[in-house]
Ligand binder design. Structure first.
Ligand code: GUN
Length: 293
């Protein structure tokens, strides 16, 4: 069994990005600039955004954090998005989700200029991903593809089960795994809360990508000997032994599943660090105008 070290791979990629940024700047080019909008004080979002800002520093990017209280109106938020669309210094930006209930996330996402949508959430980027055109790809699925690539994990012709059908992870993950590409070329099944034979589907899978947000959902009796298991789960569960009072729990019952696997990602230290580094990669592409002019 090989433990996939997302922390080490992400550190390596950050170094690669930082080296490229210094080359760009030394040649007289522009330092990539990521802006992030954070609304309210959700604990998870605060942590994610702080980590994104920190990663920008490690990569040599300029970053701007724009904060609003949870009572900001939808119109005010939309106006800020439109301002960032026009700001020539900002190469890419994100609006951290979830947003307060009185704001339509979809409306906000669709207001973002798709050429600056480094989250890959805009329908134009999602549609381009679906038909295999260059685009910004959602960070978590892209990070998982990068892990499969760097660990030389064979995906062509393999049976891959994606657990979960969210717009951010499950759907783009399935699209990438079925893409005519390497990694890719897999036979993909997407399972969700209404799937009838979920356990049977998992047992037949060469690769399981668990993104349902249910701690310890994937147990040893669902996993075939030699399978590759990627755990996207990051549920916060109370833990008095931790400084911040909680720990992150994956979707996979790691202790019992790991011995059966050829490869498995831990939580934390697997997919999580790759998600942020994928956003950094998209920001570098945005800075270079590599996908859209
Ligand atoms: N909330 C959870 N994941 C994400 C993400 O990747 N981007 C944004 N903007 N919000 C999120």
């Amino acid at each position: 069994m090989t433990l996939i070290d997302g922390k080490a791979v992400s550190a390596q990629i950050k170094q690669e990005i930082a080296a490229e940024v210094e080359q760009i700047v030394a040649a007289g080019g522009k330092r990539p600039h990521l802006a992030a909008i954070l609304v309210g004080h959700d604990g998870g979002s605060e942590t994610y955004v702080a980590n994104k800002v920190k990663a920008c520093e490690a990569c040599g990017f300029k970053s701007t954090l724009i904060r609003y209280e949870a009572d900001i109106t939808e119109a005010e938020l939309i106006a800020k998005v439109e301002e960032l669309n026009q700001d020539v210094d900002v190469d890419g930006f994100i609006v951290q989700l979830p947003l307060p209930k009185h704001i339509s996330e979809q409306k906000v996402i669709e207001t973002i200029d798709y050429r600056k949508d480094v989250d890959g959430f805009h329908p134009i980027n999602v549609g381009r991903l679906a038909i295999g055109l260059p685009c910004y790809v959602s960070a978590t699925p892209n990070g998982i593809i990068e892990l499969l690539r760097r660990y030389n994990i064979e995906t062509s012709g393999k049976k891959c089960v994606v657990l979960g059908r969210s717009n951010i992870v499950g759907k783009p993950m399935a699209a990438l795994m079925m893409q005519k590409a390497t990694p890719g070329d897999a036979t993909v099944t997407v399972c969700h809360s209404h799937s009838h034979y979920l356990k049977k589907e998992c047992l037949e899978a060469d690769i399981i990508i668990a993104a349902i947000g249910k701690p310890n959902f994937v147990t040893a009796d669902m996993v075939k000997e030699g399978a590759v298991v990627i755990d996207v789960g990051t549920t916060r569960v109370p833990d008095a032994t931790k400084k911040n009072g909680f720990r992150l729990n994956g979707d996979v019952q790691f202790d019992e599943v790991a011995p059966k696997c050829s490869f498995i990602t831990p939580v934390p230290g697997g997919v999580g660090p790759m998600t942020i580094v994928s956003l950094m990669k998209n920001t570098l592409l945005a800075g270079k105008k590599a996908i859209y002019q």
